[in-house]
Design a binder for this molecule. Structure first.
Ligand code: 6PG
Length: 239
């Protein structure tokens, strides 16, 4: 595990943006595409907004980046809660992306069908490759969930499917989410965590005895690389 500590969410986002820019450039020196998984939630919004600013925007070869999502709330794209909409509003509408390389988890078809379609897309994309994604950006909930892997839900133990959907009672909505097997085969994963309300979750994910039913984010132990953590001081306070 590699921990990057910052004072505030803004500093954390700037550190992560610089790290991301270097990683994208290094990767594109040896291959012609960079596959990036975006996460939902409020923390990455600051990072996305920063990446869209003049200074940072020009440092990424956006035409070679292929975008995916870690999870999606099954609400229409226009709904403010939609993770893809947040990424378009804060980043993708402001940088020269190639539309065909942006792969949203669809919420305009049945969730089961949508998950299946995404699973098939990913298997086509990564067939014959040693790794899946180059980078998976991850958030962490105060209950130690990541992606839509929530405490007590069996999906945390999924071994076969790469994408699945289920009804999340607490929010009375369906979720579509990547599962552990596809995420742990990524080249890198990076958790972005900010705020004192996440301190216990950060501590348990990193330092508590392995119990992914209680702390689902523990299941994300990459095969090939270390997990990178970007935390502000408040989020790392219990470590
Ligand atoms: C979602 C997420 C989720 C998120 C964490 C952290 O759609 O809800 O993708 O896994 O990343 O809940 O969210 P915050 O950054 O808003 O705390």
């Amino acid at each position: 595990m590699q921990m990057h500590l910052a004072k505030t969410k803004e500093e954390l986002s700037a550190d992560c943006a610089r790290w991301l820019i270097n990683f994208v450039a290094d990767t594109l020196a040896t291959q012609d595409r960079f596959t990036l998984v975006l996460s939902g939630g409020s923390t990455p919004k600051t990072l996305y907004t920063l990446l869209a600013t003049e200074n940072f925007r020009s440092q990424i070869d956006w035409g070679k980046v292929h975008f995916f999502w870690g999870d999606e709330r099954y609400v229409p794209f226009q709904d403010e809660r939609n993770n893809a909409k947040m990424a378009f509003d804060s980043l993708l509408d402001h940088v020269p992306i190639i539309k065909d390389q942006v792969h949203v988890m669809r919420t305009d078809i049945d969730p089961v069908e949508s998950a299946l379609e995404y699973d098939e897309l990913l298997r086509r994309y990564f067939q014959g490759h040693e790794f899946t994604f180059d980078l998976v950006l991850l958030g962490l909930g105060d209950d130690a969930h990541t992606l839509s892997l929530f405490p007590g839900y069996p999906l945390v133990h999924e071994k076969i499917k790469w994408v699945d959907s289920f009804f999340y009672e607490a929010q009375e909505m369906h979720r579509i989410t990547l599962t552990p097997p596809v995420v742990i085969q990524a080249r890198r994963v990076a958790f972005l965590v900010s705020g004192g309300d996440k301190a216990a979750a950060v501590y348990h994910t990193i330092a508590s005895e392995h119990d992914p039913d209680l702390y689902p984010a523990q299941i994300i132990q990459p095969f090939h690389n270390e997990a990178y953590w970007f935390c502000d001081e408040a989020a790392a306070a219990d470590l």
